[in-house]
Ligand binder design. Sequence first.
Ligand code: SF4
Ligand SMILES: [Zn+2]
Ligand SMILES: [Zn+2]
Length: 304
Amino acid sequence: MKCKICKAEAVVALRSHNAAFCPECYKDFFARQVQRGIESRKLFTRNERILVALSGGKDSLALMLELSRQGYDVTGLHIDLGIPGSSAAARAGVERFCAKHGLALMVREMSAEGLPIPQVKARLHRPVCSACGKIKRHYFNKVALDEGFDALATGHNLDDETARLFSNTLRWDTAYLSDQGPRLDSEQGFVRKVKPLWRLSEFETANYAFLMGIDVHTAPCPYSPGASFTALKGLLQRLEAAMPGRKLDFYQGFLARGRPVFARREAEEGVCLAPCTACGYPTSSGDLCGVCRIREALRDTASA
Ligand code: SF4
Ligand SMILES: [Zn+2]
Ligand SMILES: [Zn+2]
């Protein structure tokens, strides 16, 4: 198999693009896809400061490295969740990665914020992942706003996005369908959120991470209920195998023709947000936001 560009020995074959690439041409292909993803949806410019959420997984590290190679002004943010058996390794991996590539990194520890995830788990009477996700999103947004960043970038790839879109569609969750996409504009209390890897599949991102020598943190979270969206991703994978390119078409078709319809409908209904009385984060609950309620519940447990 020969590289489509330079005819050297190819190492990656992509059916969806009907092409194979050698390592160097593959890196160029990846860079072009990221650039197209950024420019076609006007995610951000080189004059803006971008905060990149770094979990330690291949997607977020690949995103950080590629954006810095393309000359964007990026700073990493790692949230240390304090989960035994996984958080220390994830944090060490992110710190090593940023030191190796000379990239700026900020770390926030949830135990210092009164929100260590093991205690949240002990207090909750339901699976911890939705609370954990809420806490992470809250701090990504808070740090981005407090530190004056223009946008928060996450490493969601095409497989994440299409599985989420499929899941939202199966439930006809119009609120989520109204604002899913590679760019969510800033509004009162929320920083702009962007997903520059939206055109690239998990396989394509994994190949890039491998070819760039990115050392990926793999210790799974002990609280993980199993990879989320596994069944949906499997279905979409089979669809893609039978009809290469279909995943990207599905997602782009939604962005062009589906999302605007749902967005109009949500705008008509209008959700009323007010600042949380403790931290100022926008909330529809009328008093404390979800994260401050969790923190308060932990405090009550500790003092009981
Ligand atoms: S698996 Fe659940 S608890 Fe663990 S880091 Fe992910 S969201 Fe948090
Ligand atoms: Zn080549
Ligand atoms: Zn709050």
